[in-house]
Design a protein around this ligand. Structure first.
Ligand SMILES: [Fe+2]
Length: 323
């Protein structure tokens, strides 16, 4: 958004989640029968425009603002294939937006999500995604923190996760899914097709592993291409590595309908040898541990990967496979 201006009024039959990468401004929201309300945002603010509510973005400062938005537009456009229906539709989703004065006030309460029981916040506004409190989760690395915001009654799914300084995630694989947005710290991500196995460097196929470096505002496709790629995240800065994963409405895990009688399993958090899809530290390619130690040393950061993380006994239950 350019400095000192406003975007056109907009209204659409798809959900929109916004993260302010940089800048300051405000947004006005209204629907037929509800009064206009305005909320302010700045770097790190995250919110959702309620489905089909009219809205306008205003930037009254003299610097530009950069806004990262995720939408369900591709799904809606593919289904209805009618621009008039999507952008000139008078239907008022009163079940999603009532016009309440506190609609865009941050709600700090954490509750279990209905499918997997992971920490969830029902809030339509988060003042600072970069520094907000995250409950302990432990699933992807020891000390890992995570929360999934549930905004504006959306189907759009996203979460925020953070690895402790000096520790890295375990690799896991799943269908093509989220785009990861780096919020804090710097580091790198490896991803490789499942056919290359758990130890691609040992197998002499390290050249087929894709690597992406990233820092604040950088984006990584975690399980790219046709999906079923392993991916693993390494933070090397003094700040912890915090990322936000934006799945949209197509997340196969948290909103999976499942089959009658099927147990709900959090495959990505369970080791491969126990029927899940994560590589325990004890089975990973030794190249990863060695390189991580070298990269940390070059940055002057101490490793907090404890030797017991790599023993077979600890690789599962004690170290991060908490459902
Ligand atoms: Fe993943």
């Amino acid at each position: 958004m350019p400095a000192g201006g406003a975007l056109n009024v907009d209204k659409h039959m798809y959900e929109k989640v916004c993260f302010i990468v940089e800048g300051r401004g405000s947004t006005e929201v209204w629907t037929e029968g509800s009064k206009k309300q305005t909320f302010e945002w700045q770097k790190g603010s995250t919110f959702s425009i309620p489905l089909n509510a009219s809205h306008r973005f205003v930037n009254a400062t003299n610097s530009p603002a950069l806004i990262y938005c995720g939408t369900t537009a591709p799904n809606v456009m593919n289904l209805f294939d009618n621009v008039n229906f999507i952008f000139n539709n008078d239907f008022n989703f009163t079940d999603r937006y009532s016009g309440d004065d506190d609609f865009f006030k941050s709600v700090e309460d954490v509750e279990p999500d209905p499918v997997r029981g992971l920490a969830m916040r029902r809030t339509n506004f988060i003042p600072d995604l970069i520094n907000c409190e995250l409950p302990l989760d432990n699933r992807r690395s020891p000390g890992y923190r995570r929360v999934e915001p549930h905004m504006a009654g959306n189907r759009f799914y996203f979460w925020i996760g953070q690895h402790e300084t000096g520790r890295y995630s375990k690799a896991h694989k799943h269908a093509s899914a989220a785009v990861l947005l780096c919020l804090k710290g710097k580091g790198y991500t490896y991803t490789w097709p499942a056919e290359l196995g758990m130890q691609p460097w040992e197998a002499g196929r390290g050249d087929m592993v894709k690597r992406q470096d990233y820092e604040y505002g950088g984006l990584v496709s975690a399980a790219p291409m046709s999906g079923d790629w392993f991916h693993q995240h390494f933070g090397i800065s003094k700040d912890p590595l915090r990322v936000s994963a934006w799945h949209g409405p197509n997340n196969q895990r948290s909103r999976k309908a499942g089959l009658p009688g099927e147990a709900i399993m959090d495959y990505g958090a369970i080791d491969l040898k126990k029927g899940g899809s994560a590589i325990p530290y004890s089975d990973e390619d030794p190249h990863l541990r060695k390189e991580f130690a070298e990269r940390l040393a070059a940055e002057g950061v101490s490793s907090r990967m404890l030797p017991e993380f790599y023993t077979d006994a600890a690789a599962g239950d004690a170290v991060g496979n908490v459902m």
